[in-house]
Design a binder for this molecule. Structure first.
Ligand SMILES: Cc1ncc(COP(=O)(O)O)c(C=O)c1O
Length: 376
């Protein structure tokens, strides 16, 4: 039923050909030293057994403190650590458990494409039907109906790098006024990676949506530690209680020393997540500049750590990406797998810029060289 993910396939191809891997969305660098040191300390102190199912209290409190640092002490958006935050083994598990909690057979889930590839299979496994609209087209609101149980939003967006503004959220809130049964699943995995001084909006900041929203976090993305597999799901108390009932039989708890380490890192460096915008904006600019100089059709990117590049009309982006691993020595991912039906969609590929500057420079050099050798 499930196909291997495009990211795994391209990473395996990159390894086989010794190519630079700009395909899979993980950083080439590790977490801040405070987090690594805290992980070592957690192991030395004996944090080896199951954490509480809801997550280590210290991490839930640190996440709640981070909300208050960002939105203000009395902000209703800030989550209560006891009743609204559940730590999970990564955002992907959080999403899966959220869909299992929310969906019954015959329920519909609206997914705006292109979309992160786990949504569709997870929704279908949970018994729901996926209804797709275009992320770029405002008329997707027409997909909402009495059968809509879930609306998935992902901002900053993988793969396009677009970021929802306050107006986008407000439009969703007013569209959902007529559909009280619908719940927003807001994938905010890249919440700190928002560029050019733009603000990153969370579903929790929208008063009309907070009581009907799941906010999904990936601390793996925030801390350059995707292999630690720690994320969190924030939802109002009634939904959190139901979510925890489902989640206890899915994973029960997430990695204990990693939770301990992240809690300590957030206590020691509460400012750290705020540094990510500048850090990744510089990387975006570096890759964007180099590829544009080579004549590539680079699309605008306001957030996340991905750039997309349009390919000439009629190109099969799957075949194109596979071929470039071998002959350009760079692995990227095609956009086709981000759609259930990619017919008529402009061909494009996604490049992850969470890489060292030298890797970004070399990847752009190789792609530009290939383009020079293969003019249209
Ligand atoms: C939009 C989006 N959500 C969720 C995830 C998964 O996050 P995690 O590694 O915490 O499971 C990814 C990973 O690439 C992603 O791009």
């Amino acid at each position: 039923m499930f196909q291997p993910s495009v990211f795994s396939e391209m990473t395996a191809l990159a390894q086989q050909h010794g190519a630079l891997n700009l395909a899979q969305g993980y950083p080439e660098f590790g977490p801040p030293e405070e987090a690594v040191e805290a992980y070592r300390a957690a192991l030395a102190e004996g944090w080896h057994q199951y954490a509480p199912a809801a997550g280590l209290p210290a991490l839930r409190q640190a996440l709640s403190a981070l909300d208050r640092r960002r939105w203000g002490n009395a902000a209703p958006a800030a989550a209560d650590p006891e009743s609204e935050i559940t730590v999970v083994p990564g955002a992907t598990v959080g999403l899966y458990a959220a869909f299992l909690t929310l969906l019954q057979p015959c329920d519909e889930a609206v997914v705006l494409e292109p979309a992160y590839d786990s949504y569709g299979p997870a929704i279908r496994r949970a018994g729901g039907t996926v209804v797709t609209g275009s992320f770029a087209a405002p008329d997707w609101f027409a997909l909402l109906s009495a059968r809509t149980r879930v609306v998935v939003v992902n901002s900053p967006h993988n793969p396009t790098g677009s970021v929802w503004s306050r107006e986008d959220w407000d439009q969703l809130a007013s569209a959902l006024e007529s559909f009280p049964n619908a719940v927003v699943v807001s994938d905010e995995a890249y919440e700190w990676m928002v560029f050019d001084g733009q603000e990153s909006f969370s579903v929790r900041q929208v008063d009309a949506l907070r009581s009907r929203a799941f906010r999904i976090l990936s601390l793996g993305k925030t801390f350059h530690a995707t292999g630690w597999k720690i994320g969190a799901v924030v939802a109002p108390p009634n939904w959190t209680a139901q979510f925890r009932q489902v989640y206890q039989f899915l994973a029960f708890a997430a990695n204990t020393p990693a939770q301990k380490a992240l809690a300590s890192a957030l206590e020691l460096r509460p400012d750290y997540p705020e540094t990510l915008a500048r850090f990744f904006q510089d990387k975006r600019d570096r890759l964007d500049r180099a590829l544009r100089a080579g004549g590539w059709d680079v699309q605008p990117c306001s957030g996340s750590y991905f750039l997309t590049v349009r390919l000439p009309h009629g190109t099969d982006d799957w075949a194109w990406a596979r071929a470039r691993v071998a002959d350009a020595g760079v692995a990227v991912v095609p956009l086709q797998p981000f759609y259930i039906d990619a017919t008529g969609v402009p061909p494009a590929v996604r490049l992850c810029f969470a890489k060292n500057d030298a890797t970004l420079d070399e990847a752009a050099k190789r792609l530009n060289h290939w383009k020079n050798q293969n003019p249209l």
